[in-house]
Design a protein around this ligand. Structure first.
Ligand SMILES: Nc1ncnc2c1ncn2[C@@H]1O[C@H](COP(=O)(O)OP(=O)(O)O)[C@@H](O)[C@H]1O
Ligand SMILES: [Mg+2]
Length: 242
């Protein structure tokens, strides 16, 4: 039996002899370049596979996004940069905290960021979006068939989470406890999260802020490694004054 080593070293010389034979018999046939590398539209090319992942992720994004925000685009440069970091390396991207008064476009930028991550074609794309008020509802006794512990576990473990309108619900020991557990578990696991709030993280003048609404231990965790973007401008839900 021919051992594979001999065959491997023999092959090029056999091919060379064959080519030489063809050249001798058909001198007018010049060997052209052989290009069998896949192009971006063919399987095997990294760009082809990235596009397939992006299509799949964008479908998931659509499912997680309410109709009002299905055209949302992340237009804020810092939001875009954060989304790009998540797409490249979710473990080191940190969180995004969007603050600003009602109607300044926080939820729009948040869904826009999730869409931008999907469009980059990441290797993992699992996303959940929920308002803080709905989350508290879900986590109350009888709030869900799965049970509060299982719901909290799912929210804490989903690779990408949007927790919208934090600090708006009336604070209680219960809201503080579940918010702390969620923020703390995601913080420990370095899972990127988008938080939005009508309140600033810390008001300089001692006015209402996230720290007074949620407590220091929550805000210190959700603001570490966090890109804070303060949205400004008028309430987009109202027509601008003529
Ligand atoms: N950049 C934008 N381009 C177009 N429409 C926007 C933009 N930002 C916000 N909107 C629209 O303005 C309204 C208020 O935005 P939203 O993100 O819900 O505000 P917030 O979450 O800060 O209260 C929504 O109807 C949203 O679709
Ligand atoms: Mg909003």
């Amino acid at each position: 039996m021919t051992d594979p080593q001999t065959l491997a070293t023999d092959t090029p010389s056999a091919l060379a002899r064959l080519m030489a034979g063809i050249a001798e018999r058909h001198p007018h046939i010049a060997p052209g370049p052989v290009d069998d590398a896949p192009n971006p539209n063919e399987p095997g090319h990294p760009e082809y596979h990235r596009r397939r992942r992006a299509d799949w992720a964008l479908t998931r994004w659509q499912t997680a996004t309410p109709p009002r925000y299905r055209h949302a685009d992340a237009t804020h440069p810092e939001v875009q940069a954060w989304a790009d970091r998540v797409a490249t390396d979710p473990d080191t991207a940190g969180n995004l905290l969007l603050t600003g008064t009602t109607g300044t476009g926080k939820t729009h930028q948040a869904y826009g960021a999730l869409r931008r991550i999907a469009a980059a074609g990441p290797h993992v794309y699992e996303v959940r979006a929920i308002t803080a008020a709905d989350m508290y509802g879900l986590l109350r006794p009888k709030g869900s068939d799965r049970g509060a512990e299982e719901e909290l576990r799912r929210l804490a473990r989903v690779p990408l989470l949007l927790l919208d309108d934090l600090g708006s619900a009336k604070a209680s020991e219960f809201t503080e406890e579940v918010t702390y557990r969620l923020v703390n578990e995601r913080y420990n696991a370095c899972r990127p999260t988008i938080y939005t709030s009508n309140l600033p993280a810390r008001a300089a003048s001692g006015g209402p802020d996230l720290t007074s609404a949620l407590g220091e231990r929550i805000v210190s965790r959700l603001s570490e490694d966090t890109t804070v973007v303060a949205m400004t401008g008028h309430d987009r839900r109202r027509r601008p004054a003529a």
